[in-house]
Design a binder for this molecule. Sequence first.
Ligand code: UDX
Length: 429
Amino acid sequence: MNDEKQPIGVVGVGWVGLVTATCFAELGHRVIALDIDEEKVAALRRGEVTIHEPGLAELVASNSERLEFTTSMEDTLAGARLLFCCVDTPPTYSGDADLSRVRAVVQQLPQDSQHALVMKSTVPSGTGAAIRRDKPDLAYVSCPEFLREGTAVDDFLHPDRVVIGAGEGSEWAADAVEDLYRPLGGEIVRTDVASAEMIKLASNAFLATKISFINEIANVCESTGADVMEVARGMGLDQRIGPSFLRAGVGYGGSCFPKDVSALKQLAGNTGYHFQLLNAVIEVNELQKRRVIAKLERHLGSLVGKRIALLGLAFKPDTDDMREATSLVLSARLQGEGAVVTAYDPVAEGTATTLLPTVEMASSAAEALDGADAGVVVTEWQEFAELDWPALRERMATPLIVDGRNFLDAPTLRDAGFTYEGIGRPVTA
Ligand code: UDX
């Protein structure tokens, strides 16, 4: 069992690591959080949180007495028995997960039975077994994270379930991890390491499949006259289906879904299994990001010289994360068609300026829409629903809104004099 007074170690203070460390501190534990990035550690010691995650900076501040940030593995090992591994595992060119950072952590760990590595990073099935072959005395627990950006603190503190996978010799560590999570109330799933690893990948792949499925239904709705929002509502009431992740739109992005779907497909491929369904999920998502182009062309003809305003650039609201964001593909395609692209995002502007140097960044939605031939909602930021649409109509060259998230209220836009087109819904004008 984990001695309550013993600090918890967190290795890698990125988004997952900082949320994990801070939430454990919020639960009353002392935490030693390690990162190799000296600047990041120095900033965190000064109380500076640069990650945009609602509620996180406040929690870091209110728990500062229990949170220690360090660059020293020696100090971390001296203080903590449980080490939560939260380093990132980005995709490689082959689609496999890049495990070099995980390996670098494992290399520094001693060959003893006093410490346990608790894997939070998303790793392919078989990683735990390989680590245990290298370090047979070290206890190993797979405890995948299911945090969503934008609601990560709340997700951590109110989990649907906590998956804890461990093998022979690691039971003490799995019990200690269970003790840490039990007060949170989610169902605890105790299982073996390979299954825990697969639960994470399969969960994300399933959610991505749900999104690509509803996106294809939306595309069919466009030729049958049905409204995908009504279809999703009717489907979601069936308890076997459920209402979540049935929002049709311009595709999923972010740091997890694209990477995890590709990692699972690759994992299967490496064992000789062709995961057909995931190939389709990925392809549908890529095509979905481009569907707006044809919609714009239907209304505007050639896009050469047309001003198109992108509303929202982050891969979803309440984050400044633009990894695999639809806006990246869409802006490149629009520019490829000869359009002039302006854009506005309430928080992602800093990230976007580096990633999209040829896109004109506006400091408000109104400024982006000024003189535009069309506005495209790419991210459903709440403030877009609250805009003064009748006034904006006067500022635009053509009153056309393509709503890539089916987020705006169609009758409001129609009454304001817009041609409004969503994804999988009848066009209103
Ligand atoms: C996801 C998982 O939800 C989380 O459990 C995992 O740990 C990390 O990956 P996150 O990437 O933060 O979390 O975002 P999420 O809210 O799940 O949305 C992912 C993407 O799917 C976004 O681009 C979102 O716009 C899109 N999406 C989501 C849809 O297009 N339709 C939906 O119905 C739901």
